[in-house]
Write a protein that binds this ligand. Sequence first.
Ligand code: FDP
Length: 326
Amino acid sequence: MMKFEQTFNDFLLQHQERHNRTHHFLILMDALISSAKHIQHYYLTGALKGNLGSAGEVNVQNEDVMRMDQIAQEITIHYLRSSNRVIHAVSEESKEIVQINPEGRYFVYFDPLDGSSNIPHGLPVGFLFGIAKRNLEGPEDGHLRAGKDYIAAGMFVIPTGTFTLALKDAGTWRFHIDETMTFVRPTRMMLPEDTKSWELSFNTSNRLTFAKGVQNWIAQNEKEYAFRYLGALAGDFHRTLANGGMFMYPAIVNHPNPKKNRPQGKLRLMYEAAVVAFMCREAGGDAVDETGTPILGIHPKDPHQRTAIYVGSKPLVADITRVLRS
Ligand code: FDP
């Protein structure tokens, strides 16, 4: 006998009553969940079907496009269109903003398959998204929203089958996929205060390229915490949320080959950094960029702009913020 589990839909209906979310939002969430399940199916069968390789193209960021990136993009745009609720979408896989339905209510910012270096191995990747609502009271100017103006943000870890969703002022929740491909068992995520489980997560091979203050901070603090790095933001942040600590992708400013410096950081603001920063805030944490500015306060000028990020437990983010601002 299967145990009764609260499903994602039950959970949303409960929150709809409590937080005045409309059926439009439920329809949009349904489109995102259908996309993630469909992508998960292609990912699981990808090695046998030859879908885990390169597509032979480069994207707007001048990075190799994988076949799975294209599949994930097509699937997601299909479902967002069918929902009829989306005005436009910003995707990592499309240089231009994707115009969908001028009568829609939402803007969706997403990366349908993040963590490309894990794709050839079938290891965890992520589908990250942020949602903002159109101005329903007055005229809508269609501008790109800062993270603080998102109404929800979430991530699916694929093919692990976990889904984490943060709703504005209503917390961050994790769900697991069951035998019937239904997301169930909402669990409220709060970053643990006990430092025993805290971890640091960053690409350590880059450490000598970080700003001197950041290098010193790492040298002083790293012995206190375990170190974990998967190389896919959704997977790494999944751990940070559960165990506490800090994930960081600092600016690269001291590369021996100055052409390889990334003073703006690597991660994309709208569909990576702001998404995890939003989930982190709702779980009691914080996130800043290389100048110590809160990630959620940054107003994007370009849909694909990059940022450095330090995200996780408040005391660690506050500590690195002091270094970044000095
Ligand atoms: P990837 O380049 O493999 O797609 O933003 C993309 C991202 O992965 C993140 O998912 C991940 O956290 C980071 O970049 C990994 O970058 P490094 O390989 O430089 O560590």
